[in-house]
Write a protein that binds this ligand. Structure first.
Ligand code: GLU
Length: 267
C-alpha cells in the first residue's frame, strides 16, 4: 500500500476547493463539462459513504461575465455587486448538475467574522455537521457581497483550509490550474520537478512559493502554502492538484500519485 492509499483509505470527511480557473474557460464563461464532472465525482464520493464539502470560487467572475463588463471589476463595491449576481448563478448551475445525480446541496456563505466569533463559529460548525448528517453537500464561498477588507478571508484557499479545520476534515483537496508544488518556478525553469510529498512545510518551501509571485506557474502558490500550513497544523492532510485532469478527485481518493500531498502534523 503506498503512502497515499494509507492516508486516504479512512478519510471520511473531505473538503474540495475549486478555483475560478477550474470552473471557467479562458473566455470567462463557465466550463459546464468540468462542473458536471466535479458534481458527478462528489456525488459518487457521497454514495461511497464519504462526507463532502465543496468550497467554490467563481462568483465574481461569473457575475462580471453576466454583466458583460469590459474590464474586470476593480473596486470593492464593483466586486461585491458582481459576486451578488454571480453567486446565485453559480449555485443554480451546481443545483442543476448535482440534482442529476440525486444529490442535495446547500449554500453556506462565510466571512472571517464567522470564524473569529465564538458563537458564530459554533453555529457554523453545527450547521455543517447537521447538513453532513443529512447527506447534503454544503457548497461554501466567501460572502463577498457583504465582506469588506476587515472581515475578508481574501482568497478561497485560506477559506477552504479554515473550513477544513472548522469541520475537522480528514482531507482537503485544492483544485487549481497547476499540477502541484514544484521545487522551483516551472515557468522559469523547464527542469522544475513536481514534489509529490511534503512532510513538513519548511522555510525553503515558503520562500519558493513567495518568490514565484501570485501566479506561480505553481499558480497562486503563496496562498496555497498558507492554506497548507493552516490545514496540516489542524491535523488535516491536503492535496494540491490540477482541476483540469479527468476524474482528478476520484484518482486522488483512490491513492494515485496526483499533485502534491501535504501530510497532516497530527491526527
Ligand atoms: N470568493 C471569490 C469568488 O467567488 C473568489 C476568491 C478566490 O478566487 O480565491 O469570486
Amino acid at each position: 500500500m503506498n503512502t497515499r492509499s494509507k492516508y486516504f483509505e479512512n478519510a471520511k470527511r473531505i473538503v474540495v476547493k475549486v478555483g475560478t480557473s477550474t470552473l471557467t474557460h479562458e473566455s470567462g464563461l463557465l466550463n459546464f463539462e468540468r462542473i458536471e464532472k466535479i458534481a458527478r465525482q462528489l456525488s459518487d464520493l457521497h454514495n461511497q459513504n464519504k462526507e463532502v464539502i465543496l468550497v467554490t470560487s467563481g462568483a465574481i467572475g461569473v457575475g462580471a461575465t453576466k454583466l458583460a463588463l469590459k474590464k474586470s471589476p476593480k473596486t470593492i463595491p464593483e466586486k461585491q455587486a458582481a459576486a451578488a449576481i454571480g453567486q446565485g448563478l453559480l449555485l443554480h448551475i451546481y443545483e442543476k448538475f448535482f440534482s442529476e445525480y440525486g444529490q442535495i446541496i446547500a449554500q453556506i456563505l462565510l466571512t472571517k467574522d464567522d470564524i473569529n466569533h465564538k458563537v458564530r463559529y459554533s453555529n457554523a460548525h453545527n450547521t455543517f455537521n447537521e447538513l453532513l448528517r443529512q447527506g447534503v453537500i454544503p457548497i461554501v464561498n466567501e460572502n463577498d457581497a457583504i465582506a469588506t477588507h476587515e472581515i475578508k478571508f481574501g482568497d478561497n484557499d485560506t477559506l477552504s483550509a479554515l473550513v477544513a479545520k472548522l469541520v475537522d476534515a480528514d482531507l482537503l483537496i485544492l483544485l487549481s490550474d497547476i499540477d502541484g508544488l514544484y521545487d522551483c518556478d516551472p515557468r522559469k525553469n523547464p527542469n522544475a520537478k513536481l514534489t509529490s510529498l511534503v512532510k513538513e512545510i519548511t522555510e525553503d518551501i515558503e520562500d519558493c512559493a513567495g518568490d514565484a509571485g501570485s501566479k506561480l506557474g505553481t499558480g497562486g502558490m503563496n496562498t496555497k502554502i498558507k492554506a497548507a500550513k493552516i490545514a496540516v497544523d489542524a491535523g488535516v492532510s491536503m492535496v494540491i492538484a490540477n482541476g483540469a485532469s479527468e476524474n482528478i478527485i476520484k484518482d486522488i481518493i483512490s491513492g494515485k500519485e496526483m499533485g502534491t500531498l501535504f501530510l497532516a502534523q497530527k491526527n
